[in-house]
Structures are given as C-alpha cells and as structure tokens.
Design a protein around this ligand. Structure first.
Ligand code: G3P
Length: 218
C-alpha cells in the first residue's frame, strides 16, 4: 500500500519526504486555504513547489463545478508538472470531465466518494484514482472501512484499473484497517503515519539494550 501525505503544508511535506516512506501528496481547496494560499498563480506555484519536493503523484483539485470549467482547469493543472493528478469532485459534471480528461491521457482522482455506486461511475469514466473519505463517514456512524472493502472488491471483480485512495484518514487504526482490506493508497496526515511507529515495548526494549551496553562499556 502506498502512502500519500494529505496536506499542502510545505514543511510537513519536506519532513515526510525526508522520512522516506511517502509516495505522493494529496491536496484540496480546504488544505490550500489552511496554508493561506491565495490567487490562481499562488496555487500553481504551490503545486509546482510540492512536485519539486516529492517524486510521486500530486493531486491538485479543480474548483470549477461545470464541465467546461473543470476541463480548462484540469488541462492547466496537468500542464504544470508531469506528476500532477487532477482531482475532480464526484458530481455529474465531474464524471463527464473525468471521461474527457482520461481520453487526453490526463490522470484524475475522483474525490468526495461516499458510496460504491459513485466509485463505479468514476471507474467507468476512467478515473486513475477514487478517494473515499473515511473519517467523514465515521463521523456519521457509517462503516467507512466496509466501503473501502466494497470498492476494492468491485474493482477486482470487474478488472477496473482504478486505484483506491483511502482519504480523510484520522488515525493509525484507519491505516491498518486499510491495509487489511487492500486499499492501494492511504492518504494521511503526517501524525497518523508517525503514529505507526509508536509502541511502548519498543521504547522500553531500546532503553534496556542501551542500559546493558552502558554497564559494560562505562
Ligand atoms: O483527503 C481528504 C481529506 O483532506 C479530508 O479530511 O479530515 O477533512 O475529513 P477531513
């Protein structure tokens, strides 16, 4: 399973990239706003900066909601860097846009997926990725991991090449559960990835090893 970092924060992207286990980055308009990125040129520069840090797929989201607007933005975003994947919302115009962009060999990530039916339409349109949002389903007492499993199974059964990015990951258990059901990618906050490292027996064990070494080498 690949790890994408779900942020537009340059410092975190650099830190995660240095850590060495990051395969890409996903952004969205809310994450860009959080970093104070304002204006069309600033957005483009920010995406290029991310592409220059991480050698992997970088999702950049369109903000138009009409077909023509999505295509125009999608083509512009894809032209910024070969690693850009155009993120498109799972709405009627979005599915049409994904079909059109795919025909031009522009890779897409269909976002805001909350049901297997949405994932099916995105795959049929030729989406490179779909992004089901786990945390937001859990927020409304819905089993998000079951949705990931359903989508993975459907794609396998019908041989769709579309890959599943588990998004809106909130904690380490989400990551482990995504591994168990065969998600292709988990896009996570850095804290959730680093959280996988934590185990008290590792800390206790290391302390004991170092203590024994110190005793004999004092
Ligand atoms: O990748 C989607 C993600 O950024 C949404 O996360 O925590 O706002 O549901 P959240």
């Amino acid at each position: 399973m690949k790890f994408f970092l779900d942020t537009a924060n340059i410092d975190q992207i650099k830190e995660a990239n240095d850590f060495g286990v990051i395969d890409g980055v996903t952004t969205n308009p809310s994450l860009m706003a959080k970093e104070g990125v304002q204006g069309e040129q600033a957005f483009k520069d920010h995406y290029v900066e991310i592409c220059n840090i991480v050698d992997g797929d970088i999702s950049a989201e369109v903000v138009a909601t009409d077909f023509e607007g999505m295509i125009k933005e999608g083509v512009e975003l894809a032209g910024l860097h070969p690693n850009i994947v155009v993120k498109v919302p799972c709405i009627r115009e979005g599915i049409k846009a994904i079909k059109h962009l795919s025909a031009q060999n522009i890779r897409t990530n269909c976002t805001l997926i909350f049901s297997p039916g949405q994932a099916l339409l995105a795959a049929k349109a030729g989406a490179t990725y779909v992004s089901p949002f786990l945390g937001r389903l859990d927020d409304i007492s819905t089993d998000s991991i079951f949705l990931v499993q359903q989508i993975v199974d459907i794609y396998k059964e019908y041989n769709y090449p579309t890959q599943v990015i588990a998004a809106s990951i909130r904690h380490t258990m989400h990551i482990v559960q995504c591994l168990e059901v065969g998600a292709h990618v988990a896009t996570c906050p850095l804290d959730a990835i680093l959280g996988l490292l934590k185990h008290p027996l590792t800390d206790i064990g290391l302390e004991k090893f170092l203590e024994d070494h110190r005793k004999l080498n004092a």
